[in-house]
Ligand binder design. Structure first.
Ligand SMILES: [Zn+2]
Length: 293
């Protein structure tokens, strides 16, 4: 029996998502946040949730593809000073696909220069705005993958790898919102080929496999590559959580009994001697105190 127990079914080796954990922590922080910060948090929570739901659309397509492949979700790769968060890395027999998932609200136009222009409803009309090109973003991910692989291969093998890389590793941007209308009429051919809607993903993966000039990988080789990437995967910083923890820490804490400022103090005696706690500035007139969470 080969690695693919049911011939042709994809194997999901890494399904967990950093964003899911971050979202949960943000929701916890939000419960104790003052209104102004909570409103700001809502924006970011909405964005992260939209990203997650887009990634789920992509997972659904991949799971129902019946293509033998390894799927690694949410990889965080680091090389020297650079890092790349890769939504999906799909390893098939004849090519590996680096997927950048975008769940955008509004319609997308890609012009002849490769700019991404989004149209959003505003009042009774529409507004247009440029967004950072996900193709450029994905290109940076590709370069980092290439550098990591080159380093692992050594100089001699690296020479061959470098020539083979563009045919084997393919970047794809998936627009995961089923309502998005994509207008790429004026986009260059190579740009057009890289941006697809989620419902075209499987067809695109098959097409890339057909077109690839690389030799077909064995099940064992695919497994080894998947293992390599899992080894390279690093813990991700929770940048939104860090941002709000810092903001919340800077907030002035107010005493619920007298409205005075709460200040950090160190317990001098008792069971908690040496430990910090929140005490009211009006001590000893007000003896309210709280634990530091
Ligand atoms: Zn007080």
């Amino acid at each position: 029996m080969g690695l693919f127990e049911k011939k042709g079914d994809p194997i999901f080796w890494k399904e967990d998502s950093h964003a899911e954990a971050e979202l949960q922590r943000l929701n916890e922080l939000r419960e104790h946040a003052p209104e102004e910060i909570a409103r700001q948090m809502d924006q970011d929570i909405k964005l992260i949730a939209a990203g997650l739901s887009g990634e789920k659309n992509v997972a659904y397509e991949l799971k129902n593809s019946h293509i033998p492949m390894y799927v690694l979700h949410d990889l965080y790769l680091v090389k020297d000073e650079l890092s790349a968060q890769i939504d999906y890395l799909v390893l098939t027999k004849k090519c590996s696909i680096v997927i950048e998932c975008k769940n955008l609200f509004g319609n997308i136009e890609i012009n002849s220069r490769g700019d991404f222009i989004r149209t959003l409803p505003q009042g009774r009309g529409y507004k247009k705005e440029c967004i950072y090109s996900p193709i450029t973003q994905n290109q940076r991910h590709m370069e980092l993958i290439r550098d990591l692989c080159l380093e692992a291969k050594g100089a001699v093998m690296g020479y061959f790898f470098d020539r083979w890389f563009p045919d084997f590793y393919k970047p794809i941007v998936v627009l995961a919102n089923p309502k998005t209308v994509l207008n790429d009429r004026y986009a260059k051919k190579e740009v057009k080929a890289q941006v697809i809607r989620a419902d075209h993903l499987i067809e695109t993966i098959r097409e890339l496999n057909r077109a690839s000039k690389s030799a077909s990988s064995s099940d064992k080789q695919m497994k080894e590559t998947a293992e390599k990437f899992l080894e390279w995967n690093q813990p991700q910083p929770m940048s939104f959580v860090e941002k709000y923890e810092k903001l919340l820490a800077q907030q002035e804490k107010v005493c619920p009994l007298c409205g005075g400022k709460m200040v950090k103090r160190v317990a001098k005696k008792g069971a908690y001697a040496g430990e910090e706690f929140w005490g009211c500035e009006n001590f000893p007139h007000c003896r309210h105190m709280e634990k530091i969470i």
